[in-house]
Write a protein that binds this ligand. Structure first.
Ligand SMILES: [Zn+2]
Length: 238
């Protein structure tokens, strides 16, 4: 099937009729693995798809396109292809290479996995993200990666790191729970499961302060570094 036909077929299968849109599909290396989006301009519906999609079966691609079309047109519908796509995405993590790791993060993951998941969760890719003080962590199921803010890297109390790791591992464990076209990441059941973490409520209370402390430490570290550089520059001059 030609790529343009996949998109058109996705549309007509969904609505049972042809349309006046024209379709274009572009596979690109610029998007994250298995990322995709659709845009509509002057009757042209254009799909930008991660190159990874190119070798995936047209039926699964159609499901992805249908999800994107429904989001774009703010409509709700079900289809066999959407089911296929969802099953594919939920099992993606199995085939994804685990090539990102870090000893500190791995220790944290192992502690959390042993204690709360009976060691049953397969280790995802683990990496430090930016020094972010609002978003502490994230789980991306499309590349099976848990990213943790660098804020936690130098904290003496590893409990905070473990708490965030637990939260993200819970996301991996549950993947996502679907109801219609909506995805609930932090639904009531998630919140209940999250309470299992020992001392979680206390950590939740202290987290803001702990992060502020790290922020201050980083600030002074930075200042010192800059002062050092300045001194060196002055000496270079002489
Ligand atoms: Zn979350």
């Amino acid at each position: 099937m030609e790529e343009q036909d996949i998109a058109r077929k996705a549309y007509t299968d969904l609505f049972g009729e042809d349309c006046n849109y024209s379709f274009r599909t572009v596979y690109t290396g610029r998007l994250k693995d298995y990322g995709a989006y659709v845009s509509l301009s002057g009757g042209l519906m254009e799909f930008k798809m991660s190159r990874k999609w190119y070798s995936i079966s047209p039926e699964i691609q159609m499901g992805l396109m249908q999800e994107l079309i429904l989001k774009l047109l703010k409509k709700k519908k079900h289809s066999m292809y959407i089911d296929l796509y969802n099953t594919f995405v939920q099992n993606l993590h199995i085939a994804i290479p685990k090539d990102k790791n870090d000893p500190q993060l791995e220790s944290s993951f192992n502690r959390v996995n042993e204690r709360y998941f009976l060691g049953l969760v397969e280790r995802p890719n683990l990496m430090w993200g930016q020094f972010a003080t609002r978003t502490f962590g994230s789980y991306d199921f499309k590349n099976d990666t848990i990213t943790i803010s660098r804020v936690f890297k130098d904290m003496e109390d590893t409990n905070y790191l473990d708490y965030i790791m637990f939260h993200e591992t819970l996301h991996k464990r549950r993947k996502f729970f679907k109801s219609g076209n909506k995805t609930y990441y932090h639904d009531a059941r998630f919140k209940r499961l999250e309470k299992v973490f020992e001392g979680g409520e206390q950590i939740e209370k202290e987290l803001g302060r702990a992060v502020a402390r790290e922020k201050a430490k980083a600030y002074y570290r930075n200042k010192k570094d800059k002062a050092g550089q300045l001194k060196r520059k002055v000496f270079d001059w002489f």
